[in-house]
Every structure is written in structure tokens, then in C-alpha cells.
Design a protein around this ligand. Structure first.
Ligand code: GLN
Length: 301
């Protein structure tokens, strides 16, 4: 006899309204602030429903596979796994990016990096832009879409993160316009004949100081890749190494645009003052009023 797909079994009594209430209660008990909204997103995701259907179809009965799937995802969220890993996506610069625990979840403040890169590079210019520690590829992909004449190169130490980044580039139609290089900071640029040719180096490197790790929220500490977050005892170790390595690759007047953590701007200024090849161009604050981006320029010759 041919195998027959099982007929979905109705759970008999559990409605969409019931499962929403149950999910919300469990998330609230787990201390998740936006429990109602997150329950809605999880239910919409599992049932592939537009938002208003969850509200208007409250009496709809769930089949058992749907109930099992919703409960499974709620359980993961109760364990403080970030919603973005559970749903598999995060929006950044208006685009949906696939994410998994191999990559840091893109943060809204990181969009500032894209803004300041595109500000320096006019849309017709065939500039060379390097995104260092690309992670999910969100910066490189956003820039490649906004500046199609630029040559975008992205590097990362992690093989699984480059897999995610490549998928994101393909998903957004820029799979062929970004060069992906595996390795530490600018190490993989060696032998590419890019000396003194790069217009902008952009990076959101790890910048959490080791001592601050323990205080991070559980979503970050337990699930996001530690290697993408923690730099060393100071937090600014990677910025320093990147600036030192960037000297050979930047064109005169070229810039390094880096994300920093709150309270690191002073150390960054002091660091740049010790490097005669650079001038400190600008510090940018994010919407929360925190120091977030530094722009450092290669002194022209
Ligand atoms: N902004 C991130 C956080 O606070 C840190 C990102 C990074 O280290 N590059 O969790």
C-alpha cells in the first residue's frame, strides 16, 4: 500500500486565542518584556499568518502539529534564546537578513556605519570598500545594494559566518558583487594588490571588554557568538589592530569607520593621536545618545 500523508489531527479544543494566551503567560513568567508581541510573531511564523488573522481568527482550532511547533518555539524563547535565532531573521537597513548562532544579530545602531560609508562614497564612484568582521554580511550587502559601482570586499575569521553572509548576499541580489575573504581582520587582503587603494574600511568588530561579559543579558551571553562580541581586557584591541593593519591599504584621505561601545571614544582618540598616519575625524552618537561610531582618516600624501 502506498504511504499516505497523515491527516492533520485537530487538537479538539485548543484555539488560536488559547495558544496566544498560553504563550504570552509563559513568556511573561520568563521575564520577557514584550511577551504579547513576541507571542504574536511566533504564532504568525509557525502558522504563516498575516498579523490581523491571529486577532480575527481567535476561535480557529489548531491541528496538533501546529500546537507542537508553537510550543517548541515558545519553550526556546523561555530559555532566553533570541527571537531572531528562533525566527531565523533580522531586518537591517530595510532588508531581511538570515541569522543563526554563527553570527551576531544585526543591531539597529550598526546602520550608522552604512550611513557614514555611503555619505563618503558618491553613487557613481567605483570605490573600493572593505567590510571587516562581516558576520551576517549585513553591512557589506547593504552597501553593495546602495553603491552598485563600488567594489565591496568582506572578511571574516569564521567559515560558518561567511556561509550565512554569502546566502544573504544572494538573497538580496548582490551575490556576485561582493568578494568574500576568510581570515583575521585585513590579513586576507595580502597579495590582492590593494595597497593604498582602499577608500573605506568599515567594521563592527568585537568590542566588549572581557570583564563586561558577565553582565550581558542572557540572550546575548548564552546564545550569540562570544568571539563576535568580546575583544580582550580593554574592548578596543581589535580597533587598534585594524588601524595598524589599515595603514598599508588605505588610499590617502581614505577612512576607517568603526563601531565602538559606550565609553570607548576617549581611548580611541588617544589611540589615534599616537598614530601619525591618521587624524581623528569624527565621533558619532547613536539614537540613545551613546558614543557609537568613530571615523578616522588616513593623512593624505
Ligand atoms: N552592540 C553589541 C552589544 O552590545 C556589541 C557588538 C560588538 O561587540 N560588535 O551586544
Amino acid at each position: 500500500m502506498d504511504a499516505v500523508a497523515p491527516i492533520p489531527q485537530s487538537t479538539g479544543q485548543v484555539t488560536l486565542g488559547d495558544v496566544m494566551a498560553e504563550a504570552r503567560r509563559l513568556l511573561e513568567q520568563a521575564g520577557i518584556e514584550s511577551a504579547e508581541q513576541e507571542s504574536l510573531w511566533i504564532v504568525e511564523h509557525v502558522l504563516r499568518l498575516p498579523a490581523h488573522h491571529v486577532i480575527t481568527d481567535r476561535e480557529r482550532l489548531l491541528v496538533s502539529s501546529e500546537l507542537v511547533a508553537v510550543r517548541g518555539l515558545i519553550e526556546r524563547r523561555v530559555g532566553r534564546e533570541p527571537l531572531q535565532y528562533i525566527l531565523g531573521t533580522q531586518e537591517f537597513c530595510g532588508l531581511e537578513f538570515a541569522v543563526n548562532p554563527a553570527v551576531l544579530i544585526p543591531r539597529p545602531e550598526t546602520e550608522l556605519l552604512v550611513e557614514y560609508v555611503t555619505q563618503r562614497i558618491s553613487s557613481e564612484r567605483p570605490a573600493i570598500i572593505v567590510d571587516v568582521c562581516t558576520g551576517s554580511g549585513c553591512i557589506a550587502v547593504s552597501i553593495a545594494r546602495m553603491r552598485p559601482h563600488a567594489r565591496v570586499i568582506a572578511t571574516d575569521l569564521s567559515t560558518p559566518s561567511l556561509t550565512v553572509a554569502r546566502q544573504n548576499a544572494a538573497r538580496h541580489g548582490v551575490g556576485d558583487s561582493i568578494t568574500w575573504l576568510e581570515g583575521d581582520l585585513l590579513g586576507p587582503l595580502a597579495g590582492q594588490e590593494l595597497e593604498e587603494r582602499v577608500d573605506v574600511i568599515v567594521s563592527n568588530p568585537p568590542y566588549i571588554a572581557e570583564a563586561d561579559w558577565a553582565a550581558l543579558q542572557p540572550e546575548v551571553k548564552l546564545f550569540e557568538p562570544r568571539g563576535a562580541l568580546v575583544a580582550g581586557p580593554q574592548g578596543t584591541e581589535l580597533h587598534e589592530r585594524l588601524l595598524l593593519e589599515a595603514v598599508r591599504y588605505l588610499a590617502p584621505g581614505g577612512a576607517v569607520i568603526m563601531e565602538i561601545g559606550a565609553g570607548q571614544a576617549r581611548a580611541m582618540r588617544r589611540m589615534v593621536e599616537q598614530m601619525p598616519e591618521y587624524r581623528f575625524h569624527r565621533l558619532v552618537y547613536d539614537e540613545a545618545g551613546l558614543e557609537r561610531v568613530v571615523i578616522v582618516e588616513r593623512v593624505g600624501t
